[in-house]
Design a protein around this ligand. Structure first.
Ligand code: TRP
Length: 361
């Protein structure tokens, strides 16, 4: 069986380092590993509209931001198909048919939907489009017959819902759809990178993000104001690692080579953590180290972005071409789905023949 990746992001803002360690970095590695037959990366604008329907300009403006972030991280249109969800109308058709296979109570039990409803204060006025977006996400994944979906942990319930739809479809109709596997980030820190204020998640509204497109100076300033251990007042005080944002970021970003280069007194992160816990290690020193590590990772991305920014029409063209390719693939799946569901009347000569015979007796 072919190995196929599909994943994507909602275009509601520029991408930040949480997206990077949570999924982007991995996608680029998978792309370059050569182990996958096809890779589809989708800008999920239709999904973004499910809770931003009253702000279409925000979604429109962020298509190019996300595309630039993708390209600057190393997603390569020669190896990965980059496309825009709304341009693939076949996805809506699939969603329509999958809706028959999902109950309202199952959607109500979807933990991601549940927590998002709470977060967005929808209370009793939940838009149907938002409520059913897990079904639309199942269409995104199955349209490309994806075997692997690299996403953050918050997306697990979506993949589970997709797997259920696939099983139900295949058992009722025909073995057409592929059950996808999820690929989670490499460690806890990558899974849940907190904002610079130490709050749960990076979010634009909290103003606690480090963006991939931030300047060198912006990144430095954000690292310097990062939340650490409020009980670590004097350098000599013993410090805590748990919940200390700087260490969480080091868990996500640092490699042994970084120590050799920027902090040779320590062999690795464990030694640095031990010293911090014992006391005698100041926050500024680890922040400077984290800044060096982040700059090393982000500066090539920044430089690449500057190159792509010089030719914006070419970036739109990349998305347009990618959407064309994606559309062909989705159309093939839709045709398989319709045949399995017996709604392919005009392509089915046997049906026409049989009906004809019935009436010619
Ligand atoms: N729900 C994902 C997010 O919020 C975006 C997305 C839409 C997606 N369709 C997808 C991710 C299909 C993986 C597969 O980030």
């Amino acid at each position: 069986m072919e190995k196929i990746i599909l994943t994507g992001d909602r275009p509601t803002g520029r991408l930040h380092v949480g997206h990077y360690v949570g999924s982007l970095r991995r996608r680029v590695e998978l792309q370059n590993s050569g182990e996958y037959d096809k890779i589809f990366i989708m800008i999920a604008d239709a999904q973004a509209l499910t809770d931003n329907f009253d702000n279409p300009e925000k979604v429109r403006q962020n298509i190019i931001e996300v595309a630039l972030d993708y390209l600057s991280c190393g997603l390569d249109p020669a190896k990965s198909t980059l496309f825009v969800q709304s341009q693939i109308s076949e996805l809506c058709e699939l969603t329509n048919y999958y809706m028959n296979l999902v109950t309202v109570s199952r959607l109500q039990r979807n933990p991601t939907v549940k927590s998002e409803i709470k977060m967005r204060d929808f209370a009793t006025s939940i838009p149907v489009g938002f409520f059913t977006y897990p079904i639309s996400q199942a269409s995104d994944i199955t349209a490309f017959k994806a075997t692997t979906v690299p996403v953050g942990e918050d997306q697990l319930p979506m993949i589970e819902q997709t797997r259920e739809i696939v099983r139900k479809f295949n058992s009722i109709y025909d073995e057409v759809l592929v059950e996808p596997e999820v690929l989670l980030p490499e460690n806890e820190a990558c899974m849940r990178l907190p904002g610079i204020d130490g709050k749960q998640k990076m979010s634009k509204s909290l103003g606690n993000c480090i963006y991939l497109s931030d300047s060198e100076e912006e990144v430095r300033a954000k690292v310097m104001e990062m939340y650490t251990d409020p009980l670590h007042i004097k350098v000599s005080d013993p410090g805590h690692i748990e919940g200390n944002t700087v260490f969480t970021y080091l868990d996500a970003f640092s490699k042994p080579e970084h120590f050799e280069e920027y902090l040779p007194e320590y062999a690795n992160l464990e030694e640095l953590k031990d010293h911090y816990k014992r006391g005698g290690l100041g926050d500024v020193k680890i922040k400077k180290f984290l800044n060096a590590v982040l700059q090393e990772e982000l500066s090539p991305i920044r430089a690449k972005r500057a190159e792509y920014e010089k030719d914006i029409p070419a970036v739109y063209e990349t998305l347009r071409k990618g959407s064309e390719v994606a559309r062909e693939v989705a159309a093939q799946t839709l045709s398989d789905v319709k045949r399995a569901m017996k709604i392919d009347y005009f392509e089915d000569q046997e049906l026409i023949q049989a009906q004809s015979e019935k009436y010619q007796q």
